[in-house]
Structures are given as structure tokens and as C-alpha cells.
Design a protein around this ligand. Structure first.
Ligand code: NAD
Length: 240
């Protein structure tokens, strides 16, 4: 029970990586507040749940401060498809708001309480598609996930002596409902899936549970000497 006695706040916990993290944290003894834009997706989670749109600053900061968590997981994010030639200002603004600004707001809201309570761990979900590797048609997405890595390092440095650790997770391609949507949107589903698998030398797509295991490590005291790092979990994509 590596999170016994800890309280965790998770965004986008309705499906995919966020849900796997909420479930794993509960299994490890944490008291979890699981939130999502779509509250119907939170059904079946045996913990405190709440509807939360992370782009609503007042709602996000209020919920985070009320929860007073030891662990904050910023998981909400969206993948836009397209090159710089196709990107619109509206897409760029939306992605900045959802993928980046929401993490700025939730971290800003949680930090004073974490410092007061003697410390905490923040886990931001970035992507290997960021400042680490590029993927085709991921201009807006890659820019925002690189920003997550930058924010993670900045906050980690400023709070390193205050007991708060801040790390981010950089997954490769992970099985999730939105991955299925992206594969279908590419036209030839089987060909798209083959191409996504081909870029990961381990020859498969990762699972949300594998990402949740890394989140557990970063959330728990087992990672007490680690902060400000971008932890890659990508089946070997970024090795070559
Ligand atoms: P997903 O995309 O299938 O689900 C996303 C969840 O976020 C949904 O439950 C949705 O309701 C919720 N959500 C959407 N907008 C929200 C908002 N404004 N406020 C709160 N919740 C909102 O899940 P996933 O694919 O596991 O992705 C989760 C995170 O992992 C994202 O940040 C994504 O960028 C990142 N990621 C995913 C992959 C992958 O291959 N699946 C790879 C790298 C990084």
C-alpha cells in the first residue's frame, strides 16, 4: 500500500490513463478525488468523484484547494491533428488552455497548501511527442506538451527546497478511447494502427495500467529523490 494515508486529486479520470491512475492509486491505499469533464465516465469508480472542466479556472482552483491533496495528477489533454500549415489560432488557443494553462492553474492552486502541509508530489501528463520527439501532424499537440515539460521543470526548481516534487510523464502511444478515435479518423484503421505500432520498437501499443504504475512511483515516497524530470514511457520510441 504505497499511498496509504495520502490524498490524491486526478483530472480526466473518466477514461484512459487518468482512470487507470485513479484505480491504481485507490488500490494502493490513497483516498482519491477523481474528476472529469464528463461525469458519466466517472461511474463505477469507488471514490469521491466530481464533474470538472479543467479550463474553468475558478472551478479547477476551487476543487483543488478544497481537496487539499498530497498528490496532484494533471491528466487532462487533447490531441489536435495537423501540420503548422493546417493549424488555426482557435486550435492553438484551445490546446494551450486545456493542455497547458489548466496545469498552470491547478499547480498554482495546490502549491501553497502542499508547502503548508509539509510537501507533496505533482505528476503532470505530457507526451513523448513534445521536446523529446516529433510525430507527423502533431504541431499544436507537440508544442503544448513541450510546454508541460518546461512548466514541470520550472515549478520543480522553485519548490525543490519546500518539500514539493514535480515530475511529468511522457507516454508514447497508449491504448485509450481517444486513441481509437484518432486511428478511426485516419481512414484505414488497420494501416494507421500498424504505423503507430511501428514507431515503438517494442512492437506494441502501451497500456494505461503501465502508465499508472509510473504515476504511482512518482506519486509515492519511493521516488523521493526525483524531481523536475520528464519520465519517458514509450516502448523504446525515443531511444533511436
Ligand atoms: P482520453 O483522451 O481517451 O480521455 C481524455 C479524458 O479527458 C476524457 O475522460 C475526457 O472526458 C477528459 N477531458 C476532456 N476535456 C476535459 C476538460 N476540459 N476537463 C476535464 N477533463 C477533460 O485519455 P488518454 O488518451 O489516456 O489521454 C490522457 C492524457 O494522456 C492526455 O493528456 C493525453 O494527451 C496524454 N497522452 C496520451 C497518449 C495516448 O496515446 N493515449 C500518449 C501520450 C500522452
Amino acid at each position: 500500500m504505497r499511498l496509504q494515508g495520502k490524498r490524491a486529486f486526478v483530472t480526466a479520470a473518466g477514461q484512459g490513463i487518468g482512470r487507470a491512475i485513479a484505480e491504481r492509486f485507490m488500490a494502493e491505499g490513497a483516498s482519491v478525488v477523481a474528476t472529469d469533464l464528463n461525469p458519466a465516465l466517472l461511474e463505477g469508480l469507488d471514490c469521491e468523484t466530481a464533474a470538472l472542466d479543467v479550463t474553468d479556472k475558478a472551478a479547477l482552483t476551487g476543487a483543488v484547494q478544497a481537496a487539499a491533496p498530497d498528490v496532484l495528477v494533471n491528466c487532462a489533454g487533447f490531441v489536435h491533428a495537423g501540420t503548422i500549415a493546417e493549424a488555426t489560432d482557435a486550435e492553438f488557443d484551445f490546446a494551450l488552455g486545456l493542455n497547458v494553462r489548466s496545469q498552470f492553474h491547478s499547480m498554482q492552486a495546490v502549491l501553497p497548501g502542499m508547502v503548508e502541509r509539509g510537501g507533496g508530489s505533482i505528476v503532470n501528463v505530457a507526451s513523448v511527442v513534445s521536446s523529446i520527439v516529433a510525430a507527423p501532424n502533431r504541431f499544436v499537440y507537440g508544442a503544448t506538451k513541450a510546454a508541460v515539460i518546461g512548466m514541470t521543470k520550472s515549478v520543480a526548481l522553485d519548490y525543490v527546497t519546500k518539500g514539493v516534487r514535480v515530475n511529468c510523464i511522457c507516454p508514447g502511444t497508449i491504448e485509450s478511447p481517444s486513441l481509437q478515435d484518432r486511428l478511426h479518423a485516419m481512414g484505414d484503421y488497420e494501416e494507421a494502427r500498424r504505423a503507430f505500432i511501428a514507431r515503438q520498437p517494442m512492437g506494441r501499443i502501451g497500456t494505461a495500467e503501465e502508465v499508472a504504475a509510473l504515476a504511482l512511483y512518482l506519486a509515492s515516497d519511493e521516488s523521493a529523490f526525483t524531481t523536475g524530470q520528464a519520465h519517458v514511457i514509450d516502448g523504446g520510441w525515443a531511444v533511436g
